[in-house]
Design a binder for this molecule. Structure first.
Ligand SMILES: [Mg+2]
Length: 281
């Protein structure tokens, strides 16, 4: 049994572990291999722009249509995430990629400073490490952090029967929504005990709220606005000065870097009783 403050540490991948989203380079790699790639690239850019515009900050009145954070994120999944995903599959943006290319893309993806060091340190404390991602390629994530974690739960690009190393453009979906991430976090908490989850966007928000330690990393405005609107306890401790465990235990923790994640976990104390400490939801 781990003596550390947590038994399991679960992290989102894109924008949490990585500096940039890996979806765009993955699609561009596939599109760049086409003989006539210009039209497909234009289609991709158009979808990408549309998605970006739908997932950035909104006017606060937008949230008033929803009675809870759960109903807001469920609507976001239905109206933003799923239509985009359907386009990705129907337009075969990710067709023709080799497994090896996905590994290599993962290997050369720039990770946030200190990610590996923090994960290695946690493993030395016998903390289970999982990646929980709505990324479309588990192979890409294996290339990036396969050596540092015990389990990766993400989606899989499918490969053709004729050539089992080349993608068809279809995706075997496992994790596409905030609810899917929440479900996995609850499984991890039930199986392994005290669990931290770290994520950067609206898709992570339910898991962040449910985990014993829920960390929102970075400055995603939509996620911050949603927490604020639905009055989820949140404390931004980017300057390491505003955190008071007696008052803030159970709040979502806002951090800006992995060095702060390291510092926070090292110094954090969870309540000693067996009740789940988080009451954000
Ligand atoms: Mg992310």
């Amino acid at each position: 049994m781990a003596k550390y403050v947590i038994s399991a540490f679960v992290a989102d991948f894109d924008g949490t572990v990585t500096e940039q989203d890996t979806i765009d380079p993955m699609a561009r790699l596939a599109i760049g291999q086409l003989e006539q790639s210009d039209a497909q690239l234009e289609n991709w850019l158009s979808l990408s722009r549309q998605y970006q515009s739908q997932s950035t900050a909104v006017d606060n009145s937008f949230f008033s249509e929803f009675s809870s954070l759960e109903s807001f994120v469920s609507n976001f999944h239905k109206t933003v995430e799923m239509p985009a995903l359907e386009q990705v599959v129907s337009q075969k943006f990710l067709m023709g990629l080799k497994k090896e290319q996905l590994h290599q893309l993962g290997q050369k993806t720039k990770k946030k400073k200190l990610v590996e060091q923090v994960l290695i340190k946690l493993r030395r404390k016998s903390v289970r490490i999982e990646i929980l991602s709505a990324n479309w390629s588990t192979d890409l994530i294996i290339g990036a952090v396969g050596d540092y974690c015990d389990l990766i739960t993400a989606n899989d690009l499918l490969f053709t029967n004729e050539d089992p190393t080349t993608t068809t453009g279809e995706i075997k979906l496992k994790i596409t929504s905030a609810q899917h991430k929440l479900n996995r976090i609850e499984q991890v908490m039930n199986t392994y005990g005290k669990t931290a989850f770290i994520g950067d966007s609206i898709n992570d928000i339910l898991a962040i709220c449910r985990a014993d330690i829920g960390i929102l990393i970075g400055q995603n405005q939509l996620a911050r606005q949603a927490l604020g609107y639905f009055e989820i306890p949140f404390v931004d401790i980017q300057l390491r000065s505003d955190y008071f465990p007696d008052i803030h235990s159970g709040s979502v923790i806002g951090l800006s870097s992995w060095s702060e994640v390291d510092f926070f976990l090292k110094t954090h104390k969870l309540p000693t009783n067996d009740e789940p400490s988080n009451s954000s939801l």
